[in-house]
Design a protein around this ligand. Structure first.
Ligand code: HXC
Length: 264
């Protein structure tokens, strides 16, 4: 197991091609202040460039929270211009996470509120502990989500279900989040990390370039009309046909043996 250089607000351990990033401000339920964004930006830049990392798990320290949102101390005193800057900067970091080219699995171990829910939405997949709670309570502070929640939430669960959460600010439990498809699975709290690693290992078992190509096709295609998105799919499909891993994967199947991936 290796560890990255220490960060003020998060921890990161890398083992067997899986990085575990842990938001580490449990005394304030992992609220997202400016330093968290600085640290997330830096760690995800490192992990994106690190060939030893193929899947990233993102979770929160302590038993209560994944992240209870933007740090309200920082929101309290700001006006229009600083508010727009804060929102824009956070959106940029979450977009960086979303487009890092590697699967990022949110392990939601407790409250995922406001910016915390938006952070989970920017991840590739979401596993929740049965104790997790979700919500976009910004309207209770006189605000709206500013880190992508008004855009990613309706894209994921539909505009009506999203608006119900956005307009009321009410919290929902993990089983309701599963029913809405806001999360992909719910497991017991003690099983969350093990299930996250198991899911990561099933992604590690398949062709590496195909994994990043799936993510690229889904995210880039979602921003296009169907005709253009289908052309994108064909283009990416064609590029994969030229890879060693495609030759190996198809041959291994025909020769009835496990494939040996090289990621090339
Ligand atoms: C700063 C926070 C915080 C937050 C909790 N804390 N959430 N500090 N920002 N978002 C602090 C509390 O002040 C408290 O500090 C400590 O963490 C423990 O929290 P408690 O409230 O005592 O815990 P509990 O009673 O269990 O209630 C948990 C909770 C509640 C339901 C999650 O803390 C809560 O409602 N938090 C705010 C959630 C929220 O509104 N999030 C959205 C923020 S806006 P002390 O010092 O008293 O121990 C947002 C906008 C994003 O995210 C877009 C920006 C552009």
């Amino acid at each position: 197991m290796s560890q990255t250089l220490p960060f003020e607000t998060l921890a990161c351990e890398i083992e067997d091609q899986i990085a575990v990033v842990t938001l580490n401000r449990p005394q304030v339920l992992n609220a997202l202040n400016g330093q968290v964004f600085t640290d997330l930006k830096e760690i995800f830049a490192q992990l994106e460039d690190d060939p030893a990392v193929r899947v990233i798990l993102l979770t929160g320290a302590g038993e209560k929270a994944f992240a209870a949102g933007a740090d309200i101390n920082e929101l309290a005193g700001i006006g229009c211009s600083l508010g727009q800057d804060l929102s824009h900067r956070g959106q940029g970091v979450f977009r960086q996470i979303e487009t890092c080219g590697k699967p990022v699995i949110a392990l939601i171990n407790g409250y995922a509120l406001g910016g915390g829910c938006e952070l989970a939405l920017a991840c590739t997949l979401r596993l929740a502990s049965s104790s997790a709670e979700f919500g976009q309570p910004e309207v209770r502070l006189g605000l709206i989500p500013g880190y992508g929640g008004t855009q990613r939430l309706p894209r994921l669960i539909g505009s009506s279900a999203a608006l119900k959460l956005l307009l009321t600010g009410q919290r929902i439990d993990a089983s309701e989040a599963l029913r809405l498809r806001l999360v992909d699975e719910v497991v017991e709290p003690a099983e969350l990390m093990a299930r996250g690693k198991e899911l990561a290992r099933s992604i590690l078992a398949v062709a590496p370039l195909a994994v990043s190509a799936c993510i690229q096709a889904v995210y880039e295609g979602a921003d296009r009309g169907l005709e253009s998105a289908l052309r994108l799919e064909s283009t990416i499909f064609g590029h994969l046909c030229d890879t060693k891993d495609k030759i190996e994967g198809t041959r291994a199947f025909l020769e009835k043996r496990p494939p040996q991936w090289t990621g090339s």
